[in-house]
Structures are given as C-alpha cells and as structure tokens.
Design a protein around this ligand. Structure first.
Ligand code: FAD
Length: 533
C-alpha cells in the first residue's frame, strides 16, 4: 500500500512515539478490508511500539482504532485514511503515542478541560481539502480529553450511512448523534463552540489590548503581507481575522504563485501563519469585525468593533477582508445548502458518485468543476446565464470531449427544488424562449464568482457599486489612516500574488502615513479606557 519512500518517511516519524500503541482492526471479507489489513500491517512493521490486532468488533467495517496501550485514549477511522487524510493518520498515530501537539498550551488546556461527554463522528472524502483540519482537531481533542470520542468516516466507502443520515457535504460533523457543524473548522473554532464562556473571556483579553500603530483586519494573503511588512518596521502591529488563511484554505492546487512550482491551499495558509507569527505580530484569530469608526482627526485613533463586543484601537487600519462564494439568490438555495447545494466540487464531488448534478456558471471555475465532476458523477448539466461560456478555450475543448456533460446557455436558475430534506432538481428559465424548464438532480454546484466581505464598512468608507473598497494606487481609502488591500478592494485582478503585493503596498503606505502624522497628545482611546502596554 505504501511505497518505499513513504515507508521510510513514516518510519522516521514513528521514532517520535513515546508509549506503545495498538491498531485494533474491525474487518470483513471485502476487498477494502484486505487493503486496510495490509496498510495496518505495514505500519505496525515500522515500529516496535506498534501492535496490530485483528479482533475489533466495531459495526463499521473496515475500520480501526488507534489505542494507547493500557488506557482509554483512542481515535478511530472508518475506511482507509490515505489521500488528504494520510497526514491525519500519521498525526493520530503520533499523538495517541504520546507525541505532543504544537497547538498553544492555552488551547490544549482549554480542550482538556471541556466538561461533558462528547461523541463526534466526522464524514470526510479523500479528495476534501477542508476535511483534514477537522479530523485532526477532533482526534487531538479525543487524545487530550477522555470524555471526547471521535471517529472519522470515509463517506465514499459508507454510502448507505451517508444517504441515511443525508450527508451531502464534507466535512460534516455529528455530535452525540446530531449535526454539529459542516465545513472547515480548526481546533480553536471547535473548542470555542463547545466552551460557552470562551467568547466573553476573549472579549476581556481584547479590551486590555493597547492601541496599535497598524491594525490589519483580515488574515488572508493580503492581511498576512500587510502585517509582516508593518511588523518589520518595528511598529506595534495586530491582525484580527475571522478565519486566518482566508480563501487560500479552500483552494486545491496553487500553481501560479511565482517561484513556487506547486503548493496546496492549507499548506500555503500554514506558511502564511508561521511567517506572520515569526514576526512581532499580535494575531487575534476567530475575531469578526462588525464596525469601523475612522479617526475623526488626522493622526487620531480609529476604532474597530468586534462581534464579541470588544473594540480595538489603532493609528492606522488596513482592511483586507477578502471575498466569499457568491450565491444564486433563488428560493430553495439556502434551505438546501449542504443538502445538495454545494460550493466546493473538490470537497463534495465524491458524495454525488453515480448521481446527476448541475454546475451553475460557465466561467473557468464552473467549467473546471464540471470537468472534475464528470469523472465521478453520472451526468453534469452546466447552466450558463450568458449566450456563451466564459471559460478559457482549452477548458471548453476538454468539456466538449466528455460524453456525460451537457451545456445549457441562456439559462437563468429560478428555484432549487427539494423534497423538504434534500435537493431533487432545479428550475430555470430559457432567456431566449422565455420557457420555464426543470431538471431532475441530486446536486447543484454553484460557481458564479465571489462577493467582497465589506457589508460592515458601508457607513465608514467609500465602496464601489459592486461593494468593493475604493482604493488608490497606494491602497488609501476615502478615510484618513484607513488603507485596504486584496480581493475586498477595487484592485482589478483577484489573485494570491496580487493580494500579497497589495498588502505590502498598503502597509508601506500606512507606515508613510504614521511618519507624516505623529500621534497628537489629545488622541485618547474613545469609549472605555484601554490599558497601554
Ligand atoms: P481572503 O483570502 O478572502 O482573506 C480574507 C480574510 O479576511 C480572511 O481571514 C477572512 O476570515 C477575513 N475576514 C472576512 N471578513 C472579516 C471580518 N468582518 N472581520 C474580520 N476578518 C474578516 N488565486 C491564485 O492566485 N491562484 C489560485 O490557484 C487560486 N485558486 C483559488 C481557488 C478557489 C477555490 C478560491 C475561492 C480562490 C482562489 N484564488 C486563487 C484566489 C485567491 O485565493 C484570492 O485572490 C486571495 O485569497 C485573496 O486574498 P485576500 O487576503 O484579499 O482575501
């Protein structure tokens, strides 16, 4: 199962095991069980601290538990965690085997102290980029806290279960039998959701922060670049981000980041995070900004209000809140989101194996999605609003070569149809004939572009008719001391390399602003007094 190179690497990792572990397999006569037995046998052969047992009696077959010998510390996988989940398997082996996690001590203690009995089940697919974070976070929680149990289930292998529980997007996490959440989550997010007092503790900590010279709002490529450039000037720099990493976290392969042949979104996001933290930046993750009050005098302090009720103050603010998937805005879309309406073909495609789906949008991302899905599902219908596809010719050529894809031009989606539990079809209008038509479908993948995350700024700075922050060549906005960068702005191209450059530009412009506008003695922190460091 594992090639020699992978075995050598895994053997090196397994040297970090501190205590003996057991792999307890539950198998049947199927081919997948034989594959799993072979994989576990290979792993066990790589370390004297690993024992393989084939006497597991779990109802899900094939599955296996990784158990710390002589204890109840365990994590469980149903299926064969290769592909994107191989890292989760390696981490689970190490952490059950006593190797410490690199997460912050504070977060580890918070997870260990969670009070209650939590039984988690996570459905993943092997091609899902968003799943490993969730699987790894819950596995770690199960290792840290004996009252937390976790099993990670390959949805493609347990199709009956997926259908019965109506799982139509991965990762989907169940807690004690009920849906807990869907989509990418990291340890901090899951712990914050379970620890009901975390929000107010966070707010108290934030209220105690001294004003920043540069406060960056948003932690994607633009925000990361802005923060690093600011910190390297030796000035007090903070980043508040709802989800550090931004869209990069939802991206598969990245092959146009100059000087890097190929990388993957989560890997790039981790590199941005490490790079920011290696500089002197105060990173405040999981913080959503809800209002900006620009300084009312040049050189004064701007206020950024957060969803948890606390405020941050800064001499300059750099807005880099990026963008999010655009929705169709038709009846049924919200009701059937993650119940057949999906936005990430790489993640959720495998759950629609052998079924009929539509892709809404004929741009590059729509046609790439249709090509991807055509290899998995029975049939794909592409619905494009305009009278021709907008994707690159090379993609269109590939699409035309596929026997199970049909393209509808001049199609305006009008309603997502469902049976109350899941999608059953789509209504659309033929914009030429005016006729209403209906497709019978199991899934609808929406690929119609992005919307800037700027609604919270409407009363503070100038936005374009599309809702983008209007910036000049220096990243200056309409408000003194407020700069912006990346996909949230009027910058013409929305790309990682463009966002990185724009973040650097905005940061240098903010520094220039600080030099030219020293803080006047009268600039007190508005509202409640903040302690200064
Ligand atoms: P984002 O990456 O969107 O980051 C925004 C940040 O702001 C996030 O941290 C978010 O949580 C935070 N935020 C949002 N609202 C708030 C708020 N109110 N308060 C606090 N924080 C907030 N580009 C390429 O160059 N190459 C590719 O191959 C590529 N592939 C892509 C594939 C997909 C599926 C997608 C979705 C995008 C892809 N892109 C690619 C585009 C690229 O990811 C973006 O251009 C880039 O991430 C923009 O960076 P940003 O920092 O401006 O915004």
């Amino acid at each position: 199962m594992l090639d020699q190179n992978l075995k050598t690497q895994l053997a090196a990792y397994l040297e970090k095991l501190r205590v003996p572990i057991e792999l307890v397999a539950s198998l049947d006569d199927g081919e997948k069980s034989r594959e799993l037995e072979a994989l576990l046998g290979e792993i066990a052969s790589l370390s004297d601290l690993i024992t393989l047992r084939l006497d597991g009696d779990d109802a899900r077959k094939p599955s296996f538990a990784i158990v710390r010998s002589g204890s109840d510390v365990a994590v469980r996988f149903a299926g064969i965690p290769l592909g994107h989940e191989f890292t989760s398997l390696v981490l689970a082996l190490l952490q059950v085997g006593g190797h410490p996690s690199k997460e912050s001590q504070e977060l580890l203690e918070q997870a260990a102290a969670l009070d209650g009995d939590f039984s988690f089940e996570t459905y993943y697919s092997l091609s899902c980029q968003n799943c490993p974070d969730v699987v790894q976070a819950l596995n770690l929680m199960a290792v840290l806290n004996p009252r937390i149990k976790h099993v990670a289930i390959d949805g493609a292998l347990f199709q009956d279960e997926v259908e019965r529980r109506e799982v139509m997007a991965v990762p989907t996490v169940f807690l004690n039998g009920e849906v807990f959440d869907q989509g990418r989550m990291d340890l901090a997010q899951i712990v914050a959701k379970l620890d009901t007092n975390a929000g107010s503790r966070d707010a108290d900590r934030i209220r105690a922060r001294a004003p920043y010279d540069v406060l960056v709002v948003g932690g994607g490529p633009a925000g990361a670049a802005a923060a690093i450039y600011a910190a390297r000037k030796g000035i007090r720099t903070g980043v508040a981000a709802e989800r550090f990493g931004g869209q990069v976290l939802d991206t598969m392969g990245i092959e146009n980041l100059i000087a890097i042949d190929h990388t993957e979104g989560p890997r790039l996001a981790a590199a941005l995070d490490a790079n920011v933290r290696a500089n002197d930046v105060d990173v405040m993750n999981l913080q959503r900004a809800t209002r900006l009050v620009p300084a009312d005098e040049v050189g004064g302090l701007a206020e950024v209000q957060l969803a948890n009720g606390a405020s941050l103050f800064a001499r300059t603010v750099i807005l880099s809140t990026g963008a999010r998937w655009r929705q169709m805005g038709v009846p049924g879309e919200e009701q059937y989101r993650n119940k057949g309406v999906a936005y990430c073909p790489h993640c959720d495609g495998p759950l629609f194996k052998g079924k009929r789906v539509a892709v809404i949008g004929g741009g590059n991302s729509g046609i790439e999605a249709a090509i991807d899905l055509a290899g998995i599902v029975a049939h794909v219908t592409v619905i494009e609003f305009a009278d021709k596809l907008r994707a690159d010719e090379v993609l269109q050529r590939k699409l035309r070569s596929l026997p199970n894809v049909e393209v509808v031009l001049n199609g305006q989606s009008t309603e997502v149809l469902g049976d109350g539990r899941k999608v059953t079809g789509l209504s659309y209008r033929d914009r030429v004939s005016g006729e209403d038509r209906q497709l019978d479908l199991d899934g609808i993948f929406v690929q119609i572009g992005l919307l800037p995350n700027t609604e919270w700024l409407a009363d503070a700075i100038e936005l374009s008719p599309r809702g983008e922050i209007v910036v000049d060549a220096h990243g200056r906005t309409s408000a003194h001391g407020v700069f912006a960068a990346g996909d949230a702005t009027t910058v013409p191209y929305k790309q990682i390399v463009v966002a990185l450059g724009a973040g650097a530009t905005a940061s240098l412009a903010a520094f220039d602003h600080l030099i030219r506008h020293p803080l006047p003695a009268s600039a007190d922190v508005p509202g409640e007094a903040a302690e200064t460091a």
